[in-house]
Design a protein. Structure first.
Length: 41
């Protein structure tokens, strides 16, 4: 593996970590909204 490949890999891993965090936050938000709606109706 060359240095440029290692940099690309690290960049992709960082982006993947950020996207997973965003997905987790959205799932939690969605779950919270569903729970709130269920209590109100």
């Amino acid at each position: 593996m060359e240095v440029s490949d290692a940099r690309k890999l690290k960049s992709l891993e960082d982006e993947n970590r950020k996207l997973k965090k965003l997905l987790t936050e959205q799932v939690l938000d969605n779950s919270t909204l569903k729970e709130m709606l269920g209590k109100n109706f």
